[in-house]
Write a protein that binds this ligand. Structure first.
Ligand code: COA
Ligand code: NAP
Length: 262
């Protein structure tokens, strides 16, 4: 993972609870928040990954903690939020980044395969948001969900992920409406293809597929986890105090269409 040289106190005194933040994009976001002064609490299924992430965040200078949770199980999510408050004092910001994906045609997946992705991405995001609301009573509290280009366009071999991420997008917008009066902002970040992540290892698994994907991008390169972290920092900060229900594409222009000539 690349390491940032830029640090600030933008998030000083803030506590971030981050689901699915023990590898890839989620961990990159967590590290970015740590570099800007936040205390960070991370959860995912694997205790080994949680412990390694906490060590990484402490090395970045943060007070950090975490626990093993499957976001599909609501009471476990609730318990982890209470543990975050007990260990780090409160919650100002929530990230819902846990997801699962694999390329498969609809006829190549069982009902359990389809349900696995819907349950992790959509039910898991609902569980994290639903359980965190009661803790988000600090001024400027906000939530970021992680969607994907699949939320807004169909992709071959991605019926489960398209359905799940479209659901996450509408969940984000609906809860932004419901929770605006309570002062809780809810926004989505939609990453394009991000280098060195499990998602891209699964969806562009050969150098040829990777090269084709890069050629289609208006900015001509994959993004970095830091670039997704910076977008989340913006949405979490006071600079975004009038932004809610937004979906911020951080995708090198991917959503504009295929930029490959010839
Ligand atoms: N093609 C078709 N079906 C697949 C599959 C594939 N490539 N990979 C898994 N499945 C099926 C399994 O066979 C199973 O169905 P079955 O019970 O009918 O056989 C079903 O999906 C659930 O698999 P299981 O391994 O029990 O689920 P899990 O909850 O332990 O894991 C996954 C969820 C499948 C999404 C797993 O890949 C995962 O944990 N992913 C997290 C990491 C990730 O995907 N990162 C990228 C994020 S974009
Ligand atoms: P990743 O490294 O596999 O990250 C997934 C994270 O979610 C891990 O921390 C994983 O840890 C956790 N997780 C998975 N299932 C979980 C569950 N049931 N309960 C709790 N935690 C769970 O993959 P990534 O590629 O960085 O993707 C991160 C996010 O970005 C996802 O939301 C993905 O859809 C989105 N995204 C990625 C790309 C990309 O280019 N990679 C593009 C667009 C959107 P455990 O295994 O320990 O549970």
């Amino acid at each position: 993972m690349s390491s940032s040289v830029f640090r600030s106190d933008l998030m000083a005194g803030k506590v971030a609870y981050m689901a699915g933040a023990t590898s890839g994009i989620g961990l990159g976001i967590a590290r970015r928040f740590a570099e800007h002064g936040a205390k960070v609490y991370v959860v995912s299924r694997s205790l080994d990954k949680v412990e390694a992430a906490v060590t990484t965040l402490q090395a970045a200078g943060a007070e950090a903690a975490g626990t093993s949770v499957d976001v599909r199980t609501f009471p476990d999510v609730e318990r982890s939020l209470a543990d975050c408050v007990q260990k780090l004092g409160k919650i100002d910001f929530v990230l819902a980044a846990a997801a699962g994906n694999f390329p498969a045609p609809a006829m190549g997946m069982s009902d359990r395969a389809f349900k696995a992705v819907i349950d992790i991405d959509l039910l898991g995001t609902f569980n994290v948001l639903r359980a965190s609301f009661e803790h988000l009573n600090t001024p400027g509290a906000s939530i970021v969900t992680i969607t994907a280009p699949q939320a807004e366009a169909p992709y071959m071999l991605q019926s489960h992920a398209c359905a799940a991420k479209a659901g996450v997008l509408m969940l984000t917008k609906t809860l932004a409406m419901e929770w605006g009066a309570a002062g809780v902002r809810v926004n989505a970040v939609s990453p394009g293809p991000i280098a060195d992540t499990e998602g891209m290892r699964r969806l562009a698994s050969t150098p040829e597929m990777e090269q084709k994907a890069v050629q289609r991008l208006p900015l001509g390169r994959f993004g970095t986890v830091d670039e997704i972290g910076d977008a989340c920092l913006f949405l979490a900060s006071d600079a975004a105090r009038y932004v809610t229900g937004a979906s911020l594409s951080v995708d090198g222009g991917m959503g504009l269409g295929d930029a490959h000539v010839g």
